[in-house]
Design a protein around this ligand. Structure first.
Ligand SMILES: [Fe+2]
Length: 189
């Protein structure tokens, strides 16, 4: 897990939007979270994500350490449906309940299979998406944009957003800061 953390640190140092969003302090204690699987987590290691020069090392590290990760699933079947629930998973790399402790930021690694619709949702914490691999259509009430590896998107506190994966799966690094850090997202529609 340390290797993934180190690559996340490198990306946060090298990418200006991430660097401005929050200081990435990787010195927090290792929480030694137990490895867990979800239905989707095995798909992560099987996928050939379209990466960029900047994201390839971190994507390879995640794929190589899939079995050490505490994978989670955010939403219930009734909220998002069985297909979404079985082809989406995430883990908290750094944060209050993450692999590495931090009380000022939260960093998630999230996977979505191809052709999934992530419903309109929101959360109090401010957020920045950084695409590690694949591409997807990102929506807010004011804009729609396709993002690919090494691109970012910022969401304000409680700004509702949605996302659609296209013909390929998506792997993203998501950072949260500010109030509501310890809460999760809620579905808006
Ligand atoms: Fe979000």
């Amino acid at each position: 897990m340390h290797q993934i953390l180190q690559y996340a640190q490198t990306i946060c140092n090298d990418n200006l939007e991430l660097k401005i969003f929050c200081p990435f302090n990787a010195n927090g204690a290792n929480n030694y979270l137990k490895p867990t699987n979800t239905t989707a987590s095995s798909l992560v290691s099987e996928t050939n994500f379209k990466t960029s020069e900047e994201t390839l090392p971190m994507v390879e590290a995640i794929k190589n350490h899939v079995g050490e990760v505490n994978w989670r699933q955010t939403y219930s079947m009734s909220e998002v449906g069985e297909d979404f629930a079985s082809r989406h998973c995430y883990f908290e790399l750094i944060g209050p309940t993450g692999h590495f402790y931090n009380d000022a930021i939260r960093g998630f690694i999230c996977y979505w299979g191809e052709n999934l619709h992530y419903k309109w949702h929101s959360h109090e914490a401010e957020e920045i998406y950084y695409i590690l691999g694949g591409k997807a259509l990102f929506k807010t009430k004011t804009m729609t944009k396709v993002l690919k590896a090494n691109e970012t998107k910022f969401h304000k506190s409680w700004e509702s957003h949605a996302m659609e994966t296209l013909e390929e799966p998506l792997l993203a690094f998501i950072l949260w800061r500010g109030k509501g850090l310890d809460k999760l997202a809620q579905i808006d529609d």
